[in-house]
Design a binder for this molecule. Structure first.
Ligand SMILES: CC(=O)N[C@H]1[C@@H](OP(=O)(O)OP(=O)(O)OC[C@H]2O[C@@H](n3ccc(=O)[nH]c3=O)[C@H](O)[C@@H]2O)O[C@H](CO)[C@@H](O)[C@@H]1O[C@H](C)C(=O)N[C@@H](C)C(=O)N[C@H](CCC(=O)O)C(=O)O
Ligand SMILES: Nc1ncnc2c1ncn2[C@@H]1O[C@H](COP(=O)(O)OP(=O)(O)OP(=O)(O)O)[C@@H](O)[C@H]1O
Ligand SMILES: N[C@H](CCC[C@H](N)C(=O)O)C(=O)O
Ligand SMILES: [Mg+2]
Length: 486
């Protein structure tokens, strides 16, 4: 594609009359530039991409997109906001892939990964080739790729969609983080369905206030269903029990479908019964009711199931097919995952890393725990500090044996993070064991028949980030080994 043709998709007053080279690829990382690339300079949080423009030209870049004039031997196109322009150009370069896919986006503080897997399963069972983008990985039909972010930046995202289209994927489901919405990583994505799980405290290091965090989430709904040229109906699937639902409903021009448990909703769960093996409830859709038996626990899991059912229903899948799929799901890796090595107590690894998720999971455990509840929990470094004392309080309130430990301290001192946690629980009884392996071993050495150990915060993660170093670490493996040597 020639540069001028590409630029037509930007704001019409981008003043550019220079050379018109063929653009062979778009890159925003100079290390990936090849002959003929358009290099986009992004001012990041860490470095300024403009500083790499010269190196990009040396590597063969045919043109540069920047926020200020640069004296280089190739055409330099100047725009106000390169990040924003990148989303538009990526969509154009990869030939608007999301118009050729059924696309479901999920946002909310907790439950995105779980819900995206449920939705993917329903569509796969219905015979669709599926794609998935989220915290754990990107999946393009049968191929799995590693990811750095829950929602990748626009260039990677649109390229991934292109690969999905080429692989014959019909339905893509993705997690849309608040950071991605705020930074415009999903601009130009043509969603058919946008799903809202819930809004509780997290990421205040980035968004500063809950109102700003909610505003970021609302963008997914505001960006849905305003297009006149689009024939496809758009749906916003919203949790009626969450206080943010009203504002989100008002943010969108799409059809709003609600789901819930406590409040009246289009799709509602009633008479929920939990056993140690699963959860049973009645699903109500208008005047019809269906008995449902899922293999996971907790009221929070019922919300994820309802959201998935709603998203699949509005996408045209039959209710009986949906129920069959949902009931066959055994679980999602690192979400309430049991570690069984023949022990007489229960060991659960769960990705709860927010106050609300920790509370939900511990409440669920309280429901069936007969004796002591251990919780091994830490808080991430370089992340929302205000959730630390809250998570500690919840651990002390809902567990009999809280053990505070480390969870990806990153550039922070482990001890400083633990002090932030302890500030919330003065006078309470707890242990502090900074080394996560030792903390897990301690819980396992103290547990006896009938007890439950929750190892929270890392779920599927297979690493512990200390400083800049990523160490191998898997809660599930560490727990299993500790049980086996006991
Ligand atoms: C705060 C934030 O959002 N940071 C994201 C941002 O990084 P950054 O601004 O530091 O980038 P940078 O390193 O300064 O680079 C700036 C530019 O220079 C370029 N560069 C850089 C170095 C070089 O040698 N050459 C070069 O060309 C880069 O390619 C880039 O274009 O852009 C990167 C590339 O897209 C992201 O990977 C990175 O996410 C970091 C890893 C991150 O931790 N993000 C978190 C806050 C985040 O986004 N989390 C949400 C999930 C949250 C949740 O729901 O739980 C997510 O969607 O992942
Ligand atoms: N609907 C829900 N409401 C509250 N808590 C939930 C819900 N679903 C899952 N959880 C809890 O939150 C944890 C994270 O779930 P999940 O990974 O599905 O969320 P996520 O939104 O993808 O998180 P992230 O933003 O880190 O990617 C789970 O391990 C569980 O403890
Ligand atoms: N997506 C979340 C993951 C947190 C996982 C937890 N293990 C941590 O490192 O804080 C975040 O970046 O805030
Ligand atoms: Mg996730």
């Amino acid at each position: 594609m020639k540069l001028q043709e590409l630029l037509k998709s930007l704001h019409p007053i981008v003043p550019f009359k220079g050379e018109n080279p063929v653009i062979t690829s778009i890159e925003n990382d100079n290390r990936k530039v090849q002959k003929g690339s358009l290099f986009i300079c992004i001012k990041g949080y860490t470095v300024d991409g403009h500083d790499f423009a010269e190196s990009a030209v040396e590597k063969g870049a045919a043109a540069i997109l920047a926020e200020r004039p640069l004296s280089l031997e190739v055409p330099v196109v100047v725009v106000k906001d390169t990040t924003r322009a990148m989303a538009v150009l990526a969509d154009t370069f990869y030939e608007q892939p999301t118009k050729k896919l059924q696309l479901i986006g999920i946002t909310g503080t907790n439950g995105k990964t779980t819900t995206s897997h449920l939705i993917e399963k329903i569509f796969a069972d219905a015979g669709k080739k599926t794609g998935l983008i989220g915290t754990m990985y990107t999946k393009i039909a049968d191929k799995t790729l590693e990811t750095k972010n829950t929602t990748p930046e626009s260039l990677t995202l649109q390229k991934t969609f292109r690969q999905m289209v080429e692989a014959g994927v019909g339905l893509a489901v993705m997690e849309v983080s608040s950071h991605a919405l705020d930074q415009g990583r999903v601009h130009r994505c043509d969603y058919d369905v946008a799903v809202f799980t819930n809004l509780t405290q997290d990421h205040l290091d980035y968004h500063k206030t809950m109102a700003e965090y909610q505003r970021a989430k609302s963008l997914l709904f505001a960006q849905l269903g305003n297009s006149f040229e689009n024939e496809k109906p758009k749906f916003a699937v919203i949790n009626a029990d969450d206080p943010a639902s009203e504002m989100l409903s008002r943010s969108t021009a799409a059809n709003v479908i609600t789901y819930g448990i406590d409040e009246e909703a289009d799709i509602q769960a009633k008479n929920i019964h939990m056993t140690p093996k699963g959860t049973r409830f009645e699903l109500w859709i208008e005047d019809d009711s269906y008995p449902i038996n899922i293999q996971f626990l907790g009221k929070f899991s019922v919300y994820n199931v309802l959201a998935s059912i709603a998203a699949a229903l509005v996408s045209g899948i039959g209710i009986n097919e949906i129920i069959h799929s949902i009931e066959s799901v055994e679980g999602v890796a690192g979400r309430f995952e049991l570690v069984n090595a023949g022990q007489e107590y229960t060991v659960i690894v769960d990705y709860a890393h927010t106050p609300d998720s920790l509370e939900n999971v511990l409440n669920t455990i309280q429901h069936f725990a007969k004796k002591r509840i251990f919780v091994v929990v830490g808080c991430g470094g370089d992340r929302d500090k205000t959730k630390r004392p809250l998570m500690a309080q919840i651990a002390c309130r809902l567990a009999t044996d809280p053990i505070f430990t480390s969870d990806n301290p990153r550039s922070e001192e482990q001890i400083a993070i633990l002090k932030d946690m302890e500030a919330g629980v003065e006078g309470e009884v707890y242990q502090v064991i900074p080394d996560r392996k030792e903390a897990i071993e301690m819980a396992i050495s103290q547990a006896s028949a009938g007890d439950v150990i929750l190892i929270a915060g890392k779920g599927h993660e297979t690493y512990q980030i200390i400083g800049n170093v990523v160490h191998d670490f898997d809660d599930r493996r560490v727990a299993r080994e500790a049980i086996e040597v006991r």
